[in-house]
Structure formats: C-alpha cells, structure tokens
Design a protein around this ligand. Structure first.
Ligand SMILES: [Fe+2]
Ligand SMILES: [Fe+2]
Length: 295
C-alpha cells in the first residue's frame, strides 16, 4: 500500500505558461467569475514578493534545521508564484485590460503599511515577527483557496481555459503543500495567540477589501467585455454554481483560524496536492527540464 504523504520536501518548480489567445473572461460566459479569480493576478505578484522579502529576513532567526529547509522551499515557491501571475498581468495589460493603476496603488499601500520602517534592534525584530504573523494569516487563506480550486469541477464543466486552470491548480497545490510553513515559523519565533488573532483580524478584512476593489477595477477597465459594475448577487450566484469560493467557505475557514487548537496541517490534503503536481502539465514540464521528473 502506498503511504499517504502528510509532509513533503518543498521545492520550487520553474513553470512557464503560454497565454496567447487567452480570453479576459476565461470561464466562457462568466465575466464576473473570471474577474473575481483574476484579482489573484493583481494582488499576488506584489504580495508574494513581499512574503519572500519577509521570510528571507526571518531565515537567520530560525534555529530549527528542518524549518529552515522548509522556509527555503517556501521562498522558492512563492517567488515562482509571483512571477507566474505577473505573466498574466503583463498579458492583460497588452490585451484590453490595463491593470497598472490598481497594481501601483497596491504596491504603494504595501510599502506604506507593511514596509521596512527603517527600524533597528529589538523594534526591528518585533516588526518582523508581526509581519510573519500577517503572512501566516494570509497563508491560511491561500491554502483554503488552493484546496478549493483543486476541488472545483464546475470550472472544468464550464469549459474554463485549461492553461489558466493549470496555473491556478499548480499554485493551489503548492499552497496546500507548504500551508504550515508560515504558521510554524510564527510559532517558532513568537506564537502568541493574541498576535495571531490580531494579524487575521486586520489582515483578513484588508484582503477582502482589496479583493472587492480589484473586482470593481477589473470589470470597469475591461474594454473587451465591459465596462460593468459587480454586485453582491453576482457573487452569490457564481458561488452557488461552484465557479468561485462563496461566503460560507470564507466564514467557516476564518472561524477555524480563531480556534486555539488550529494548525494548518488539519486543513487541505497533501496527497491530493502531490497527485495534482504529478499530473500538472506546467509542473511536469518544469520537473522534466530540471531532471526531477520521477514519473
Ligand atoms: Fe503562493
Ligand atoms: Fe503560499
């Protein structure tokens, strides 16, 4: 009987995607759903580059050798995620959806609220731990979304673009693979329940606000399908059809993070993530090029 993996050695897969011919609404007939998911391309390049920066700063403070290895794998994976979503953004910018104004606003916001602050000594370390706790909170949500997209047959049934689905599922699978790293680093450096809850309490609503603004921006600036205004009932309808994550998933996942017994290992399914990565066209090409294809 094959052992079910609960933990894997993390490594970055140097994936590449070809976007020629990608429609902006890559789920046929579902402009709102496509753009709700397209917000990932707006937020992740900036966000994940920031994750890499924070965890590169945290690396020298980690005394556990296994955790250090995990963080190095995490940094490698997040760097490739950021670059891959950036590729979609660049394509959008050239094909009727100019995202640069919104992306510049997000970059400025990140720098102003979550940047270095020029601190030294103990204050610098405290600020680093605070930012690690924010990454851990966001990583809970990325694991939830990763798990969702690995279990979203409605997207296949609707005829969603296969390359985009592979990008989302490769990324989602790696989020499930490394879902415990940021949380474990936070526990290693600090682990206070109050700080964990503060980070989620501030970071969660901020992310939702950015997401709403992102959907609005994309629908207003889509020169191929729009412009149009998104409505709450569009979200309820799309989530009922299984096209996007819905409010119930958001609420139940958030409540889980508030449990004092929470650990990311209890969420998602590593064996499912590993199984997807073994068949993902992009991951297979990357592993073959790197000489690590074991199939
Ligand atoms: Fe990621
Ligand atoms: Fe991640």
């Amino acid at each position: 009987m094959t052992a079910v993996p609960t933990k894997v050695a993390l490594h970055a897969r140097n994936v590449a995607f070809e976007w020629t011919g990608l429609p902006l609404a890559w789920i046929p007939g579902e402009v709102f759903s496509s753009h709700l998911i397209n917000v990932l391309h707006l937020l992740l390049p900036e966000g994940e580059r920031w994750f890499v920066k924070v965890f590169s700063e945290a690396l020298p403070l980690i005394e556990d050798e296994q955790l250090r290895e995990d963080v190095i794998g995490f940094i490698g994976q997040e760097g490739v995620h950021a670059a891959s979503h950036q590729g979609v953004l660049d394509y959008f910018d050239e094909h009727g959806l100019d995202t640069r104004e919104y992306v510049a606003q997000v970059a400025a916001l990140f720098q102003r609220i979550l940047g270095d602050r020029g601190l030294e000594g103990k204050a610098k370390e405290e600020w680093l731990v605070m930012r690690v706790s924010v990454v851990a909170a966001i990583e809970h949500l990325t694991a939830v979304l990763g798990n969702w997209v690995l279990n979203s047959p409605a997207l296949d049934a609707a005829g969603a673009d296969e390359t985009m689905l592979d990008l989302l599922r490769w990324h989602g699978a790696e989020e499930v693979e490394h879902r415990a790293v940021a949380y474990d680093v936070f526990c290693h450096l600090d682990g206070r329940y109050s700080r964990r809850i503060l980070a989620y309490g501030v970071g969660g609503p901020a992310l939702i606000w950015l997401w709403i603004q992102g959907v609005r921006y994309l629908m207003e600036h889509d020169t191929v399908n729009g412009p149009a205004k998104p409505r709450v009932r569009d979200w309820l309808r799309a989530s009922a059809k299984g096209m996007v994550p819905g409010p119930r998933l958001l609420a139940t996942s958030s409540l889980k993070y508030f449990s004092p017994l929470y650990h990311p290992a209890k969420e998602g399914d590593t064996s499912q993530a590993v199984a997807y990565l073994a068949k993902s066209p992009a991951a297979r090409r990357a592993d073959a090029l790197a000489g690590t294809d074991v199939s």
